[in-house]
Design a protein around this ligand. Structure first.
Ligand code: NAD
Length: 473
């Protein structure tokens, strides 16, 4: 059995087969959904060693913690919690109806949509493929996955892993480059789930719109970390350093830049430096420090730093730079006072480079955030409730953390997603189940009911009822 489709022409065939299979069982039982989730769990555990080795090769070096925690343990948790909860989520949901429709009853029935397309990025190549698949299977769908061509070793292992445990009409993996991905996003899926950049997300949304395919867009952007006037400086620096340096900053919700009071700049930069030294006493050769995916990305990141420096910003490299480069890594780098029109302040950084932007008043800092596209995440560091509310209520972001970075992603009791340019729709836990289900509204009418009062021909009695209705609707 094989589900690894590398030819664009075959995409339509695999899609049609999955759709036909879906129509033979459009409402899979809870037992079947749980069994599919169990197979996904078995697949991850069986292929864990191969997946971790492949990620290590694809990234030129991947920290074990980044691979085994983020790409194996976290999706395992998603799969298991979906399996535990799916019976409850699938149940028809009772809802009330307005007085004038009584004694009718309302029910919302979550139904599988059909075939869900998943397009995933390279930065957490397993997690961001498996988590949407787990949501789609819980919701009773069939799935086609198109993983990133930039992590080819991992994508190949995932293709083998899936074809080992799933029939291609249940879940299939289609590997290939951008051309194949464009063809993939043109298929008339019942839902298309895309994780990647805002630029490509826009193109995927246009392709999907031609088929009126609904989309979930999990995108990126520039997520600010705000150091409030009432923040604990050393604590904040350590949490921001963690969020920026895990996976070498190649995380959609990594803090992209820090906004901090002008008089804290020097103290904060020093605290960051000491946090980084504590995390990596062996320097950039530390096995805990992940590499940059490829030379294109390394050169892009270096280019951001060089441009900001040439424009007058102060650059501080926190670990030895040459030793990092020699192993395909990039030293964690602070950019103090970058020009606001420099590329490092306009583009998503997606690497271990952290601009520090100072403010004089909180209002000025908030206007700065609000004048830019809504970020995927916003991090407020403050021990003062009023200051936290000032930020949480006065800005729009996909999600937020208080005195933390990035961890909201793994709290799957909460929907995860962006807003505006950082995305649309959400998933994780029940939010993912609902996102990939059609929530069908059903009105159940008992035979003994009052609907006859609306029957023509219209009489004086009907007019009386219509008038009374005006008062109660
Ligand atoms: P990308 O947008 O370049 O690619 C993502 C996927 O889209 C890949 O599988 C790629 O093959 C495919 N693709 C590329 N061009 C396409 C096209 N024209 N039509 C259809 N598909 C196409 O993103 P990336 O570089 O792999 O990942 C990094 C980006 O993803 C960052 O912006 C990051 O913030 C974002 N991201 C978001 C989340 C989230 O959950 N919101 C998570 C991880 C990464």
């Amino acid at each position: 059995m094989t589900s690894n489709i590398s030819q664009t022409d075959n995409l339509s065939a695999i899609f049609s087969a999955a759709r036909a299979a879906h129509l033979t069982d459009p409402m899979p039982s809870v037992e079947l959904r749980k069994e599919r989730l169990s197979r996904l769990e078995t697949a991850l555990l069986k292929y864990e060693t191969e997946l971790v080795a492949a990620m290590n090769e694809d990234f030129r070096h991947r920290s074990d913690a980044d691979s085994s925690i983020f790409d194996i343990t976290i999706p395992l948790g998603d799969i298991r919690r979906n399996r535990r909860s799916v019976k409850r989520w699938m149940k028809p949901r009772r809802v009330g109806v307005p007085l004038h429709l009584k004694p009718a009853r309302g029910r919302i029935i979550p139904q599988p949509k059909g075939v869900v397309g998943v397009i995933s990025p390279w930065n957490f190549p397993v997690y961001l493929a498996v988590a949407p698949i787990a949501a789609a299977l819980a919701a009773g769908n069939r799935v086609m996955l198109k993983p990133s061509e930039l992590t080819p070793k991992t994508s190949d292992v995932m293709a083998r892993m899936i074809s080992d445990l799933f029939d291609p009409t249940e879940v299939s993996v289609c590997t290939g480059g951008v051309e194949l991905s464009q063809a993939f996003s043109s298929l008339p899926f019942d839902h298309l789930f895309f994780t990647g950049s805002t630029r490509v997300g826009r193109e995927v949304a246009v392709s999907a719109a031609r088929n009126l395919t609904p989309v979930t867009l999990e995108l990126g952007g520039k997520s600010p970390a705000i150091l409030g006037e009432h923040a604990s400086l050393d604590y904040s620096a350590r949490r921001i350093a963690f969020g920026k340096i895990a996976n070498a900053g190649q995380i959609c919700v990594a803090p992209d830049y820090v906004l901090l009071p002008r008089n804290q700049l020097e103290a904060f930069a020093t605290a960051m430096e000491s946090a980084v030294h504590d995390f990596f006493p062996a320097g950039p050769q530390s096995p805990d420090y992940t590499g940059i995916l490829n030379d294109n990305h390394l050169n892009r990141l270096q280019g951001l730093v060089t441009e900001a420096k040439a424009a007058g910003a102060e650059v501080r490299e926190l670990l030895p730079k040459d030793a990092a480069h020699a192993s395909g890594k990039m030293t964690p780098t602070l950019i103090l006072n970058p020009p606001l029109d420099s590329r490092v302040m306009r583009e998503e950084i997606f690497g271990p480079v952290l601009p520090l932007v100072t403010y004089d008043t909180a209002e000025e800092a908030r206007s700065f955030v609000n004048s830019r596209p809504s970020p995927l995440a916003l991090y407020v560091f403050s021990d003062d409730q009023k200051e936290r509310e000032f930020w949480l209520n006065g800005t729009l972001s996909g999600g937020a953390c208080v005195n933390e970075t990035a961890f909201h992603v793994v709290a799957d009791t909460m929907p995860f997603g962006g807003v505006g340019e950082s995305g649309m729709g959400s998933y994780h836990g029940k939010a993912g189940f609902d996102q990939l289900s059609h929530l069908k509204s059903v009105l159940i009418q008992p035979k003994l009911n009052g609907a006859f009062v609306f029957n023509p021909p219209v009489s004086g009695f009907n007019r009386f009822v219509a008038k009374a209705l005006r008062k109660i609707v």
